[in-house]
Design a protein around this ligand. Structure first.
Ligand code: CA
Length: 367
């Protein structure tokens, strides 16, 4: 969890956007599409878990352990920012020139609780998010939290959040207590998303309890590498499970420029064909298309925390300029200079508008 508090020193601090920097002057709105928030209720529940060690998830304790009994000033500042949906966040957005945030409940969301608690918490959280958006509809839009622990209730909550609350899709923080959504027991969730024509954003979580140990001992479990290993695995499990043959119009969004998968595509396609041909495992099923074709046809990508031209340009080249969207990952990543770097990407003005604005408007059906 890294961010640069200097960039968000507030009005008058360094890094404040120039007065001339408006959507009109630059030719596009900056819409940041993977921005974290949390309710005070959720933060309190996480604190209880930290105090009582009541769940068996080493990744959770590593992820949220920084906010233990005596948090550092930096941790305290982060936890304040993530809950503040008023002036402070709006000022931070102004200071970095962000016109709109698409809000996602921070990892691991409601996925660490028992099914009834998680389901109720998703409902109350989505209600609160809708209220926040109603107050600032031009600055905030958001995705619905849901509890995969109760898949049918999750599907109903996604439908309620989209049709009644106006949320623009749903977010899942990768594994749920070690389980992945390629298990067919979860597929009512995908059926709902496909029927509503809204995307499911697979946001990272710490690696599942089954895989986290070798990451923990070298502090590689979080954003440095573990998130990508976990979430890339999750996306690949979905692809090879045949979920997109069942739900061909399902849209999935991945952050961090696809969690490493774009770089691997040639090898994934080559090896998957061989694995299926040799009938090596009942888990490796024949698919209608190559794995890379599902990534091209069903997935969208955001830059969250990856403001690096070589990687951005690879993903744009592989999948097209209409598939890649800007994200900051506030408040975890909060560095004004990264926005400047994205403004200076070597792409055409039309492509830059797609990157910062119109892809997000189209994919999330933003007003
Ligand atoms: Ca994030």
């Amino acid at each position: 969890m890294t961010y640069d508090a200097r960039a968000g020193a507030g009005s008058g601090g360094c890094g404040v956007a120039k007065m001339s920097d408006t959507p009109e002057s630059r030719g596009y709105k900056r819409i940041a599409t993977e921005e974290a928030w949390a309710t005070p209720e959720l933060v309190q529940l996480y604190t209880q878990i930290l105090d009582t060690r009541s769940i068996n998830d080493p990744g959770f304790y590593s992820l949220w352990g920084f906010f233990g009994k005596s948090p550092t000033p930096r941790a305290k500042d982060l936890i304040d920012r993530i809950q503040d949906m008023g002036e402070r966040r709006l000022n931070d957005m102004d200071a970095t020139g962000i016109d709109m945030q698409l809000l996602l409940l921070t990892a691991p969301g409601v996925q660490v609780f028992d099914p009834p608690t998680a389901t109720a918490l998703a409902v109350s959280t989505n209600d609160q998010l809708a209220e926040i958006i109603r107050k600032h509809p031009t600055r905030y839009q958001g995705l619905a939290a849901f509890a995969p622990q109760a898949p049918q209730a999750a599907a109903r909550e996604i439908e309620r959040a989209v049709t009644q609350l106006g949320l623009k899709g749903a977010v899942v923080n990768s594994h749920t207590q070690g389980e992945y959504l390629d298990d067919e027991k979860f597929w009512d969730i995908f059926a709902a998303a496909e029927a509503l024509d809204v995307p499911v954003y697979i946001h990272p979580n710490s690696p599942s309890p089954q895989m986290v140990e070798p990451f923990l001992s070298r502090c590689l479990d979080a954003a440095i590498y573990g998130f990508a290993a976990e979430t890339g695995l999750h996306a690949l499990r979905l692809i090879v499970s045949g979920v997109f043959d069942r739900f061909p119009n399902l849209k999935i969004v991945l952050g961090h420029l696809g969690e490493g998968l774009p770089y691997w595509l040639y090898r994934i396609d080559f090896m998957h064909a061989g694995i299926v041909r040799s009938n090596r495992s009942p888990g490796a099923l024949p698919l209608r298309k190559k794995p890379s074709e599902y990534l091209r046809d069903n997935f969208y990508f955001t830059t969250s925390g990856m403001p690096w031209e070589p990687s951005i340009s690879l993903v744009q080249r592989l999948f097209g300029h209409d598939k890649v969207m800007y994200a900051m990952d506030y408040p975890y990543e909060y560095v004004k200079e990264e926005v400047d770097m994205m403004d200076n990407l070597p792409i055409t003005p039309q492509q830059k508008k797609m990157f910062f604005q119109s892809n997000a408007e189209r994919i999330f059906k933003l007003p």
